[in-house]
Design a protein around this ligand. Structure first.
Ligand SMILES: Cc1ncc(COP(=O)(O)O)c(C=O)c1O
Length: 293
């Protein structure tokens, strides 16, 4: 399978693709990213991902490096060059290359843009969802603006690694006794009344695009969604739990800190929501973007 990346206007072999050592993304994590899923060449939650990308950039006083149609065309070309139809696309934009100084570089510094694509295996994701995953709770050590999707992910990496070393799939991050979110997903529980509970939007969580669509799906199915923080103890008493992310879709959580959640199997609410999410995304997926060479 060819592996091709897009780097600052050029399509290059992934093995050789590189950015300058003075790129501010490399030096300062001064940049943002997006990850979105394309199934059968069509974007899932397209507007949500592009809207969030614009918002993340604007929070860092940056603007889109190219128009949305141009970005979509580049992504389509990248998929074609990589011979992919089902893909996870990674887009990263940084403040560009400049002599290393903390303050912003001079006006006119050109942002760097890197886009990569890798195959997405929906069947493998389905298999994982049929078993469910375990999570491990730990202290949330991230900065105070995690609503911005910056490339500064060290605490997330450390948390995920600690979870994996303990045999769990995901870390659930806890601040002031409340679960904020996962290291790379949003966290949800379902209580005895059948209410779906997830941390409200704000500076303490990343506003997941899958979370947003899952809320819409749940409400369409007359499920009650309550956006409030929950404690670890509450999560351990929950009937069900699950996580959402573009890479995972709706993924049942079957254990928290080694203790089973509910029956210890994927719960019916998470399963129904997952099916609804899959149905919604495949029905209203964006048009296939037209590729440019
Ligand atoms: C910290 C964090 N929270 C939540 C999410 C889920 O966001 P989305 O549903 O947009 O993928 C992610 C995804 O990478 C994440 O990194």
């Amino acid at each position: 399978m060819p592996r091709v990346a897009y780097v600052n206007g050029r399509y290059e072999s992934l093995a050789d693709a590189a950015v300058n050592v003075e790129d501010r993304g490399y030096q300062f994590a001064d940049g943002i990213y997006e990850v979105c899923l394309l199934v059968d060449g069509r974007f899932w939650d397209e507007d949500g991902h592009f809207d969030r990308m614009e918002r993340s950039l604007s929070e860092l006083s940056m603007s889109m490096p190219m128009s949305r149609p141009a970005l979509k065309a580049v992504i389509a070309a990248l998929l074609r060059k990589n011979r992919l139809k089902n893909a996870l696309v990674y887009v990263q934009v940084t403040r560009g290359v400049a002599a290393r100084n903390h303050a912003f570089p001079p006006d006119g510094t050109v942002p760097s843009i890197v886009i990569t694509a890798k195959p997405y295996n929906l069947a493998a994701n389905e298999a994982l969802a049929s078993r469910g995953v375990g999570v491990l709770t730990m202290s949330d050590q991230r900065w105070a603006r995690v609503d911005i999707k910056t490339v500064s992910l060290l605490p997330n990496c450390l948390a995920k690694q600690a979870a994996r070393e303990a045999g769990a799939f995901e870390a659930w991050l806890v601040r002031d006794g409340k679960v904020t979110e996962g290291a790379s997903s949003n966290a949800w529980i379902v209580n005895g009344k059948g209410e779906l509970i997830t941390h409200p939007l704000g500076h303490e969580i990343l506003g997941g695009i899958t979370r947003q669509t899952a809320i819409r799906c749940a409400e369409e199915m007359q499920m009650k969604v309550v956006e409030r923080a929950f404690t670890v103890a509450e999560a351990q008493r929950a009937h069900e739990a699950f996580i959402t992310a573009a890479t995972l879709l709706v993924m049942p959580v079957v254990s928290i800190d080694g203790r089973p959640v509910g029956s210890g199997k994927p719960g019916p609410v998470a399963q129904r929501l997952r099916e609804a999410y899959l149905r919604r995304c495949s029905e209203i997926a964006g048009e296939r973007p037209r590729a440019i060479a």
